[in-house]
Design a binder for this molecule. Structure first.
Ligand code: SF4
Length: 414
């Protein structure tokens, strides 16, 4: 059987993937190995195409969710979203399709991208069998199928009966807002059983280990509004996910934890991340977070504010939010807007984590001499500003009263 990154690290072997991570993230090779071994860094691979590194010492990564819904199926739009995601720098793509020919859509997404792909297998299983007829065996077969298709990572929601009981008395406004968490919980309630992903965790690890697929432990209990503050359900979920992440590591399966996300009061974001980091080394995946509920239509902006705080406080990997959040399935243009907003957030977060980037320095130097083309080389999304700026000299914002020009000559002399 082929060894996973963790198994190689255990043998002291530096793999080509670790070397690549060392090069792209500027981390010493031995340190990469050490971090793979202690679980603080994972390498998500897309066979023969690409890899991305998430966790300790790596830059903050951004995931883009795409995929059809039961209400909206347009394969061409999904392909376009996948292309847009790659073009504007998504580090990973998650296909959440729940409408139309899901396997065909996934194949198109695979054929049109090179970045690592994540899925949430329970989504397709629910569509294929319906919640009423769903059986544990269906879930396990779907996981195997996705792994054999070449996914890089998959999401499981390890909600348990005890935390569902806690949820009843939590007094939350929004209850549970995680789709994967709600599907898993519905199955448990219907069958009056424990979570099948927990019950068959060993078997699932065995499947993931065969192809070194990264396990992502979902955040079923995230808050759905800023007034639903951190509660015992979330606390229990973090503890539980850490327990299962440790088990996965001992099996040689790389794991990340969605330990925070959804809607969080801005002042709680950093303390929560520090709490998570004090508990475990596993890379922290954060959905959003949204620090306000009153930004429909602009949730990508609110989300980017939350994500900047989160990334700066130590989040390793963030899931973007589009302007269509809470409103509709996003269009390709909205995917671009959400992704660019989160690339900016990740960059700001990295400047807090690792210090200012040369890119900011280089752009500013060119800005100071009105080198518009030069500036765009360093812009996160150069296309939009190119449509707005002049060819040369000061822009129309201040015209002849341009501060840079008025003071430039004096300052350059002194
Ligand atoms: S005109 Fe105003 S906004 Fe434009 S470059 Fe000069 S100072 Fe900046």
């Amino acid at each position: 059987m082929k060894s996973t990154q963790i198994q190689c690290a255990l043998d002291g072997k530096i793999t080509p993937e670790m070397k690549q991570t060392s090069f792209t993230e500027n981390i010493d090779e031995e340190l990469v190995l050490e971090r793979i071994l202690n679980g603080s860094l994972v390498i998500m691979k897309r066979k023969y195409k690409s890899q991305t590194s998430i966790g300790a010492g790596a830059t903050t990564k951004v995931n883009v969710n795409i995929g059809t819904s039961s209400a909206c199926v347009d394969i061409d739009a999904e392909i376009e979203k996948a292309l847009v995601a790659e073009k504007y720098g998504a580090d990973t793509i998650t296909d959440l399709s729940m409408g139309g020919e899901i396997k065909t859509i996934r194949r198109h997404i695979f054929n049109n991208t090179s970045v690592p792909i994540t899925t949430v297998p329970i989504y397709e299983t629910i569509i294929e069998h319906g919640l009423e007829n769903l059986e544990t065996d269906h879930l396990l077969k779907m996981i195997e199928q996705h792994v054999n298709e070449g996914i890089s990572s998959l999401v499981l929601h390890l909600v348990d009966k005890k935390s569902l009981e806690h949820l009843k008395s939590s007094g939350r406004i929004m209850g549970m807002v995680s789709k994967g968490g709600s599907f898993t919980s519905s199955f448990m309630i219907k069958e009056n059983c424990e979570n099948p992903f927990i019950e068959y965790f060993d078997e699932i690890l065995d499947i993931l280990r065969r192809k070194d697929v990264v396990l992502s432990l979902g955040n079923s209990m995230r808050g759905g509004c800023v007034h639903d503050r951190f509660d015992s359900s979330q606390g229990m979920e973090i503890e539980r996910n850490i327990h299962f992440a440790e088990k996965a590591k001992s099996y040689g399966v790389q794991t990340i934890i969605e330990g925070l996300g959804g809607h969080i009061n801005a002042s709680d974001i950093s303390p929560h991340i520090k709490y998570y980091k004090s508990k475990t080394k596993f890379p922290l995946f954060v959905a959003g977070p949204l620090p306000t509920d009153i930004s429909p239509g602009y949730d990508h902006i609110a989300g980017a504010v939350g994500a900047s705080i989160a990334s700066g406080a130590g989040a390793d990997y963030m899931c973007y939010i589009t302007p269509a959040e809470h409103l509709s399935l996003p269009t390709p243009t909205q995917v671009r807007e959400g992704l660019v907003a989160f690339k900016i957030a990740a960059h700001i977060g990295d400047s807090i984590k690792y210090g200012l980037s040369d890119k900011d320095y280089e752009l500013s130097k060119r800005r100071s001499v009105f080198d518009w083309n030069g500036q765009m080389q360093y812009a996160i999304d150069p296309e939009k500003p190119k449509e707005m700026c002049p060819k040369e000299g000061p822009c129309s914002m201040c015209g002849e009263y341009c501060a840079i020009q008025i003071m430039g000559e004096y300052l350059s002399k002194n």
